[in-house]
Design a binder for this molecule. Sequence first.
Ligand code: OSB
Ligand code: MG
Length: 369
Amino acid sequence: MRIADVRLFDVRLPLVRPFETSFGRIDAREFVLVAVESAGATGWGECVADVDPYYSEETTSTAWDTLSRHLAPAVLGRSLDHARDVSALWTRVRGHRMAKAALEMAIWDLQARLEHRPLCELLGGAPRPIAAGVSIGIQPSLEALVDRVASELADGYRRIKIKIKPGWDRRPVEALRERFGGVPLMVDANAAYTIEDAPTLSALDAFDLMMIEQPLDYDDLVDHARLQAAIQTPICLDESITGPKAATDAIGLGACRVINVKPGRMGGFAPSLAVHDIAVARGVPLWHGGMLESGIGRAHNLHLSTLPGFTLPGDVAASRRYFVPDLIDPPIDVRPDGFIDLPRGWGIGVEPVPSRLQEATRRTERYRA
Ligand code: OSB
Ligand code: MG
């Protein structure tokens, strides 16, 4: 496939409700959407970078700059045998994994469409319904949290994850255990604690949590290994797993017992497939994370989730928890049993509704070979 055309869209979508984590609160997603064309087909990719460099160093603006000045020029006019080879065209570009992932994943979608196959097949998976969980932001009160969890469970979701931070950790977990018994429950700290907080974190062992996600700093595998040795609850790493090397090191050091896979965080599908295989070979369970994606990124995530290593419910929920309307139509929905069916069709199986994309786009640029 010869990459003939790359378009970037600077998109803003208001969130249905604000989302609060240990690092901040947002009420809209502002992201870069990528479209690549070859032989009349279009592949789509969504960049997970946010406006602020809080989850990672990258931002919407650094992603736009890297895509327009470095990554799009590296692929334009080039012929590729397979999407997995894209990253070889930009080996000199250090970091900027979210920007790389947006274009790399668009090219995977493009290839699957050109081959008239669903993306999951090209990735090595097979269509299957995906077990869905929800990630619930920090709430203004325990009552508000209990109400939100009740409503998510009523919608069928198969696992509850809540965001925690110092001062909002033990009490919310205790409240949910009291009210909802043994429901599959986990917490995500987004790096809000230090190793000095080990006593606070080991106090959570009493609540039979599935895991605690990214308790310590984003680049600190060593203290995560120390913490894992001191607590019973399995540690899951998110921010720290930047690719296959980090996954190998983290597992080898005992820094985690579970891995959250986000292709957007790791530079795309090729590194995600490598992390998948490393984790499966070492018996480490995986689940697919989320970054409040629109239907485009959400569809990519569902296709990757079909691989066999994804044995735990992911942060892959229905569109209506995030955006009404979504960029895609029909939106992604959850079944009453808490599973999500893959969108049907070639590639990711969905594309933006042109009028909605136009409405949400603040700036667009086009580069041709
Ligand atoms: O840490 O998993 C995270 C959202 C934005 C940034 C980081 C994270 C999250 C979520 C939400 O937890 C997952 C989702 O519902 O998409
Ligand atoms: Mg996380």
